[in-house]
Every structure is written in C-alpha cells, then in structure tokens.
Design a protein around this ligand. Sequence first.
Ligand SMILES: Cc1ncc(COP(=O)(O)O)c(C=O)c1O
Length: 427
Amino acid sequence: MDGERHGFGEAQCACKLDLLPQFRGEEIDVLEHLDRLPPDPILGVMAAFRADSDPHKVDLGVGVFRDDAGETPVMKAVREAERQVLARQTTKTYVAAVGNAGFNEAMERLVLGQGHAALGSGRLRTIQAPGGCGALRLGAELIRAAAPDAVVHVSTPTWANHVPLLSNCGLRLERYPYFDPATGGVAFEAMLGALDRLPPRSVVLLHASCHNPTGADLEDGQWRELLGLVRRRSLLPFIDIAYQGLGRGLAEDAYGPRLFCAELPEVLVAVSCSKNFGLYRERTGALHVLSAAPAAADAAVSQLMRIARGLYSMPPDHGAAIVHAILTEERLRGSWEGELEAMRIRIQQLRTAAVQRLAAACPRKDFGYIARQRGMFSYLGVDVQAVRELRERHHVYLMDDSRINVAGLRLDNIGYFAEAVGKVVGA
Ligand SMILES: Cc1ncc(COP(=O)(O)O)c(C=O)c1O
C-alpha cells in the first residue's frame, strides 16, 4: 500500500478539509473530525537528535541503557535464553490471560526475594503484563474496579507516562511533594506531611528505586518511616519497580516492595523487565497483587483476567519465556546478574565522571548530587532556555525539564558535554 495515496502521509494528515478528490462529497466522515495531537515530547527530542548530523551530538533523551559504544545491545544471557526458548517451543498457541505461570512465580521471587513471607501466604497473585506500562494500567483498572472514587497520589515530579497510564481508566490523580532541588534528594518531611493528610484508602504511587525523572530515592530508613505512615493512615501503596538492579543492587533496589509486602495487608507492585533485562520491545512485565486474605487474592486475579481480556486479551509470550529461562537456570542467571552489575557500575562511573567534569567546566554550580542519585536519570537543573541552547548550539539533547539519561553519556564525550553545559550556564 502506498501511504501517501491512502492519506497516511504528513500532508494529508494535517488538514481535515484537504480531502483527496475521489472522496469529496462522500458521507463517511467519522475520522475526519479528529484533532491532530502534538507529538509526545520525548519523540520530538528523539527526532531532532536523529536529524542532527553533527558528529559530536549527544543523546541524553530517551530512557534506554547504552554501553560504551552508545549501543543498547541484546544481553548475552538474553541471547542464550532466546536460543533455548526457540529450540523448545512447539506451538504458538495462546499462553493464558494471566500469562506464563513459571515467569509469574520467578518474578515474585526476583522482586520479593527467596523466602519472603508473602510467597507462601496464599495472599499474593501475579499476572504477566505487556511491559511495566501494561502492569501499571492493569493495577489502575483493578483499583478502579475495587474503588471507583479512589484518588491516586503521584510524586512531584513523576514519570510523565504515569499520568495517562493511571488516569485514563477514570481514576483521579493528585500530587505529593517529593523532590528537593536544593539538595537533589527527596523532600522527605514535605512528602510525609502531605501523605499524612490523605484520607484512608488513598492510593500512593511510589518508585521503588531509580526515581524517574529525578534519580532521588528513598533511603531504607525512610521506607520504614513511610511504612508507619501508610499503616496509620490506611493507604494503599502502588509501587512501580522498573529499574531493579540498576541502582544499588537487585536486593537493595527492592527494599521498599519487600518491606511493604512483608508488613502490610494490601500492596500492588508493577514490574518492568524492559531495562534490567534489556527487553524493551518484547513488552515484558508483571503486576503483583498482595491482598489481605487468600479469598480476596482469588477475587483480585479473577478481576485482572477480565480486565486483561478487555484490554489486550492475552499477553505476548517471548519476553516472559526468556526471563523465565534466565531466572530459573543457574548458569543463565549468573551470567545475567553479572551483566546487570556491569551496567549498574557503568552508570555509577558515568555519574562520578560527570560530576568531576562538570565541576571543572562550571565551578559556580554544584552538581555533586548527580553522583549521589541512582539509576539512569537526573535533572541537570537548568532552565528550558538553557536546554534549548544545549540542543541547538551544542548538539546535546535532553528533555525540556532538564532530565538527562546519564547512561547516554560515554567516557569519551563527558568532557564535551560538561564544556557545553559550562558554556550555557556560565563557568
Ligand atoms: C518509572 C517507569 N515505570 C515503568 C516503566 C515501564 O516501562 P515498560 O512499559 O517499557 O516496561 C518505565 C519505562 O521507562 C519507567 O521509567
């Protein structure tokens, strides 16, 4: 099919009156009245980066891990698991609405850790989801089914996509303070103060680790304090864990979900395998639901199956089968953990190197917080004018709110990046 002739091209999309001659006067006009929406900001940054032919260009926009060569390669453990999965596969028939049972169980153990009290309790259920986004949407739909008037409270700031994922099903969203730009850390007192005023049964969305977009994480002691508040005020925690292993380590990054699932009657945990297994396009994730009693857990999973049927029916198999193989085969698991650790160390080295080079290039501004933050993201802490100047004059691409993907840096271009920042913010 020729996209231009059939109206999919740029020119035809732009104006609803600009119909092709052969369709003028015809009466099917349902789609003709759609407004054209602006592109997602991240797509704009990606497109501008691609169109830039400067050899020094630096992509700090899109949130994918990159190696020293600037690539996002398939992990070795994933390649090997993939070979095994394909060799074993005898059918392409559907898996099940809840997905691959072995994967679901392995994900419970990965997130909560072997021997966690919730594992044998009969209160925990897991549904495979199309990525962390799918898990977040399933969780939101479950909350909506259980409590249509529930309000979900998200951090200021939070990952932009949390907003449509959690509110498109009709739930109301509110904000709680989270980030303190003065320290580059969590504004913990302000956060506690706001959450302490919420009515019972409010839902609180928490980032387990590697907060997107700030990189500012709760410390273990702060998770414990938050637990007391959540319990006292009868709040429902909904934890998003999309970067397990890329912050402090596999167990450390799951401290919050492990603690909350051990201590509370009800918790939702949305998990993504996109970053820590590098499975982005395979759409691999899971939603864990902890209920107060086994009967309530059964009811929740029955609801989730109905929700999944109405959204996408059955989850994709490939990524989940790969993760299952990696997590259950000792050699593959060891190889994956080693690769993940190397990714984590690389990010931390880049953070330290960025702080050193930025300190030399712009000594008047303190960027030390970048080394204390975790995961792929940090704010550069410059205004939108500076962001545009970085893009247009120095070919350094970051988001308008100054979020940078630290993993987009390379040891050989950190100097260039820091000097560009120095020129923009003033040495
Ligand atoms: C905070 C956060 N949650 C969830 C996700 C879900 O990712 P995916 O749907 O690709 O697994 C992402 C991805 O960028 C994220 O940053």
